[in-house]
Design a protein around this ligand. Structure first.
Ligand SMILES: [Mn+2]
Length: 350
């Protein structure tokens, strides 16, 4: 067994009260790993409570245990031991929890390669598809100890817990996290291990069709109406290498939606064949536009256009494949400004 996993299990075994937390604005992997771990610890007779700074997004409310999450550190009691999942640093949990964690022992489970090892014990595996994959390994390793060693898996746990640690509820949480962090098994982190574990989780009761339905097929009507309006503005430029879309305040008002409903819209155009850069102009106020850029890894694996550089030249910033800025002026003017920079970048790349 991995020595760090052994150390972590040794530390979890005597703990009677624990708190589990992930980063704010949680997605599938953050909530899946939080809830799976809390449910597993609870099944071993422990008082394990799950925390997040933010509410559970509506499409993840189906996750077993989601209704037991708390957003108040006051609800966490006084645990001596804390498990932080899916966070590169402790601040990602939010100011209240980071404060709460002071003076308590922290176990850090994560797969971000930027992790600063803030825990007393750190299981950080950048090769793992997701934190859920790491939590799975932990649970399965604990099951191995219960069979091989005299001491029971966890204090107060029944043998049946050791025999069947992966309940349907735990498996559903872990499967959802792996599904979402691998982009539905499309991203490069879709490793043999990720697929093997997903398969084990389905065997343990996770239902892929149901999870996909809950996560992807429960969009509010307004969101699709908003998307229809935004897509109707779609224009291809620089013969087909740039895709542009516009989102106005009026569109939010007409469809009863808000900024969070527009999350991911830009990816619709980044997925079009031949497109090297996708741009979304979002109206923030009179003559004020938030401009988002998405670059693309090209078919031959080359990195394509560096949109962070374009955003920087326009006073913004970001990552190589996802960046943005805010520009002042009429849509026409802002658009021309952006198109000029894009034309130069495309020319330089060829
Ligand atoms: Mn993750």
């Amino acid at each position: 067994m991995n020595p760090m996993i052994r150390k972590i299990l040794d530390r979890l075994r005597p703990a009677a009260q624990l708190a589990v937390a992930a980063h704010q604005n949680p997605e599938g992997d953050a909530l899946g790993s939080t809830l799976a771990l809390a449910l597993w610890l609870q099944s071993a007779g422990k008082d394990a409570r799950a925390y997040n700074l933010d509410p559970v997004p509506s499409f993840l409310r189906f996750l077993p245990g989601a209704d037991t999450m708390t957003r108040r550190v006051e609800d966490l009691g006084e645990p001596a031991l804390i498990v932080v999942v899916d966070c590169g640093d402790l601040q990602r949990t939010g100011p209240a929890f980071a404060q709460f964690a002071q003076g308590r022992e922290i176990i850090n489970l994560d797969h971000h390669d930027t992790n600063d090892n803030f825990g007393a014990l750190n299981l950080v595996r950048p090769d793992a598809s997701s934190t859920c994959e790491i939590v799975y390994e932990l649970i399965v390793s604990a099951q191995c100890t219960v069979h091989s060693a005299q001491n029971p898996l966890l204090s107060g746990s029944s043998l049946s817990t050791g025999h069947r640690p992966l309940s349907t509820d735990i498996a559903t949480n872990l499967y959802t996290g792996i599904l979402m962090d691998t982009g539905s098994f499309r991203f490069p982190n879709t490793t043999p291990n990720a697929l093997r574990i997903a398969s084990e989780l389905v065997r343990a009761g996770a239902d892929p069709a149901r999870v996909a339905r809950e996560v992807f097929d429960t969009q509010p009507q307004g969101k699709l109406k908003l998307l229809a309006r935004v897509l109707s503005t779609l224009e291809f430029d620089a013969p087909g290498r740039v895709a542009e879309m516009v989102l106005t305040q009026a569109m939010f008002a007409e469809t009863g939606t808000s900024a969070e409903d527009a999350e991911g819209f830009i990816n619709h155009t980044a997925s079009v064949e031949g497109v090297k850069v996708a741009v979304l102009f979002r109206e923030q106020g009179p003559d004020k536009w938030k401009v988002s850029f998405r670059g693309r890894v090209q078919g031959d694996g080359s990195p394509g256009i560096n949109v962070a550089r374009i955003a920087e030249e326009l006073g913004g910033g970001g990552h190589r494949l996802a960046a943005g800025t805010t520009l002042l002026g009429s849509l026409e003017r802002v658009r021309l400004q952006v198109q000029e920079k894009l034309a130069a970048a495309l020319l330089a790349s060829e």
